[in-house]
Design a protein around this ligand. Structure first.
Ligand code: BEZ
Ligand code: FE
Length: 286
């Protein structure tokens, strides 16, 4: 006996009608409606549906507690992470733009002093500095600036076991004037991991896996909304085709050539030529 396809959808939606939590009820019923609409539109064969289940199973198996999170990668490469970001930051508040968190953050990385070096693998020396300010321009003293980036081989410490603990990661505190300063290396563009289901999806659809060079930031201060963002190198060739759609024009910075004899070089003790990027972050009050 064949079933009525529309009635089936309504029957499943109705099965959630007694969910006490109204938000959960909306989420489940809407999910069912959209999933049924998708299936109705693409009419998968049974073997295609099994492939989809195998794909999601493999995605789950490629997640660990440290730095491999294939589901975040899937959400990112489908643009869902950036859509969630956009929906949650719709109002122009004057705060710095946000972007994807990504799967490679590690909690509890070393606290570092103002200007301290966080690079223990080779690369082009760089100073990244600026201030953390409120939307009305006052400095935010004592803000926690948590930063992470890849090594020159395009991999994050934690992901690449050969890198020393805490390499290219650190937690900096702003001083009384809201200033932060990070000695590091110029970031490079890198490929997101392609050895899992997301890589297969990119390959099968002719998409490239590159992200433009960037530093990740998570900035927290009491009474302010925390800020998760990146700073992108404005000269990167992948800015217009980021594999995870994370670039916003306001987040580009220039890495200017500097000599150790210039005031900024002397102030931070550089011994050779380096690059300087300057950026002020703006936090929104809670
Ligand atoms: C990252 O920038 O670390 C990243 C973001 C999204 C997916 C993969 C990597
Ligand atoms: Fe990254």
């Amino acid at each position: 006996m064949s079933i009525d396809e529309r009635a089936l959808t309504e029957q499943v939606v109705a099965s959630f009608a007694k969910t006490e939590d109204a938000r959960l009820r909306t989420l489940m019923q809407t999910l069912v409606r959209h999933m049924h609409a998708f299936v109705r539109e693409v009419e998968p064969t049974e073997s295609e549906w099994m492939s989809a289940i195998r794909f999601l199973t493999a995605t789950g198996k490629m997640c660990d507690d440290l730095v491999r999170q294939e589901f975040i990668l899937l959400s990112d490469t489908l643009g869902v992470s950036m859509l969630v970001d956009a929906i949650n930051h719709r109002l122009a508040t004057g705060a710095t733009d946000t972007t994807v968190f990504g799967p490679f953050y590690i909690e509890g990385m070393p606290e570092r002093a103002y200007g301290e070096n966080m690079a223990f693998t080779p690369g082009a020396p760089a100073l990244v500095h600026g201030r953390v300010l409120t939307t009305t321009g006052e400095p935010v003293a004592g803000a926690l600036v948590d930063v992470w980036q890849t090594a020159d081989n395009g991999m994050y410490s934690g992901q690449d076991r050969a890198q020393p603990h805490g390499n290219l990661r650190g937690r900096y505190r702003t001083d009384a004037e809201g200033r932060y300063a990070i000695t590091t290396i110029v970031p490079v563009s890198y490929s997101i991991p392609t050895d899992g289901p997301v890589g297969q999806m990119l390959e099968a659809t002719g998409r490239h896996p590159w992200r433009p060079a960037h530093l990740h930031f998570m900035i927290e201060a009491p009474h302010h909304r925390s800020l998760v963002t990146h700073l992108f190198d404005e000269d990167d060739p992948h800015l217009d085709s980021d594999a995870v759609f994370g670039v916003k024009p306001s987040l580009k910075v220039r890495y200017r050539e500097r000599s150790p004899d210039e005031a900024v070089g002397r102030a931070f003790g550089f011994q050779s030529r380096f690059r300087e990027a300057y950026y002020d972050f703006i936090l929104e009050r809670e």
